[in-house]
Design a protein around this ligand. Structure first.
Ligand code: FAD
Ligand code: DHB
Length: 390
């Protein structure tokens, strides 16, 4: 088998890359270890930056997003018993975010790739990358047990935090930057009406909580927990009591309903440098992870492949390799900005175990400073709505 660009992983990065390459007349094949049904049912991120929305709409995969997504012009910080709104729209000259779940993005991208004749091998196993210095190939096993080799000009690893691509780079030429947080997020999906028109990011002495949404009848909420917490150990009543304590007050109460999904997400910051070695490129979570507080993970994955698709387009159009050579530097600038923002949001809003009274008051003062000055609100708004692409 042969293609121009071999892609490992059918998450937001791999699928969007394949879609953008197709629009530029460049062929690609995606090898994915999970089934289509599992991918389309896995609950993950929910907030799309303006850039991600614009790219989806401009490239013809945004119709359902426009119809079914919820456009939000702002969000609320809640701390010390009061709410402070960040008006994204006003502070950024008209930018906003859209709440549209990651698995819906994936359904739209998969449908578009297949309608355009794209090839995605689901349930591929034993994926191995070789020849990244001269003659790249991806070896894999099809679901029926047949072994196969995909030869390509370039391999792009879009295989998330646990895939094999980033470790196909030689050990001597790479560096990892890691920060592990001593807490995680307990996430739920509940059948209930929305409690608020916009997202609420709450800081409480018991810890962080986030109120988001999925539809008029399904709500997504999270609260800070021990990363080793077991979802099954928490009853519905305990979960609602914890969320009400952290977010309620001043007459505000969350609207409750049956909880039909619970999960615990660990949190860490991670960057692999460089993001390219020979003919192997890595993008999205394969190259970096952010704590979810800034809602940046999916958006960063899309931004990486936007940059890479432009560079590949230049290479195939006129043999110019400048964009490809600059990929690591171009992508890392945004990655580190997003790392800082995600770490900052996390550190302002989470309960830091062992923090002194001084640290707690300092944390409240920081939130007060950022939300009461227009310069502070604008900094938050620009980063949350997303820096321009490319
Ligand atoms: P992924 O979406 O991880 O896609 C990688 C793909 O590669 C997967 O489909 C995987 O099956 C495939 N793959 C892996 N190994 C192999 C292999 N050996 N062979 C072939 N294929 C392989 N971000 C937020 O902003 N907000 C959130 O609330 C949020 N929640 C999250 C919850 C969880 C449980 C996780 C894991 C992530 C969450 N994120 C969140 C982060 C966000 O979902 C990711 O940043 C985003 O999915 C990155 O996209 P990606 O395409 O780079 O990687
Ligand atoms: C959601 C997830 C996030 O990480 C975030 O910052 C905001 C919303 C969500 O799943 O809806």
């Amino acid at each position: 088998m042969r293609t121009q660009v071999g892609i490992v992983g059918a998450g937001p990065a791999g699928l969007m890359l394949s879609h953008l390459l197709h629009l530029a007349g460049i062929s690609s094949v995606i090898l994915e270890s999970r089934s289509r049904a599992v991918i389309e049912a896995t609950i993950r991120a929910g907030v799309l930056e303006q850039n991600t929305v614009d790219l989806m709409v401009e490239t013809g995969v945004g119709a359902r997003l426009k119809r079914e997504g919820f456009n939000h012009h702002g969000f609320e910080f809640r701390f010390g018993g009061e709410g402070r709104r960040i008006d994204l729209h006003e502070l950024t000259g008209g930018r906003s975010v859209t709440v549209y779940p990651q698995h819906e993005v994936l359904k739209d991208l998969i449908a578009a790739r297949l309608a355009d004749g794209g090839e995605i091998v689901f349930e591929a196993s034993d994926v191995r990358i070789t020849g990244i210095n001269s003659d790249p190939a991806i070896h894999f096993v099809r679901p029926d047990g047949a072994t196969e080799t995909l030869h390509c000009d370039v391999v792009v690893g879009c295989d998330g935090s646990y895939g094999p691509s980033r470790d196909a780079m030689p050990e001597g030429g790479r560096q990892d930057y890691v920060r592990v947080y001593p807490f995680g997020w307990f996430g739920i999906l509940a059948e209930a009406p929305p409690s608020s028109e916009e997202l609420i990011y709450a800081r409480h002495d018991r810890g962080f909580a986030l109120i988001s949404t999925r539809s008029p009848s399904v709500q997504r909420m999270y609260f800070q927990c021990d990363p080793a917490e077991k979802p099954e150990d928490w009853s519905e009543d305990q979960i609602w009591a914890e969320l009400q304590t952290r977010v309620g007050g001043n007459g505000f109460r969350l609207k409750e309903g049956p909880i039909f999904q619970k999960n615990v997400v660990p949190m860490r910051s991670y960057v692999r440098e460089p993001m390219q070695f020979g003919r192997l490129f890595i993008a999205g979570d394969a190259a970096h992870t952010v704590p979810p507080t800034g809602a940046k993970g999916l958006n960063l994955a899309v931004a990486d492949v936007f940059v890479l698709s432009r560079a590949l387009e230049r290479y195939y159009r006129d043999g110019n390799t400048e964009g490809l050579e600059a990929y690591t530097a171009t992508a890392l600038r945004r990655v580190w900005r997003a790392q800082h923002f995600s770490w900052w949001m996390t550190s302002m809003l989470h309960r830091l175990e062992g923090a002194s009274e001084f640290d707690q008051r300092r944390q409240l003062a920081e939130l007060d400073m950022v939300t009461s000055s227009e310069a502070g609100r604008r900094t938050i708004a620009e980063n949350y709505a997303g820096l321009p692409l490319g």
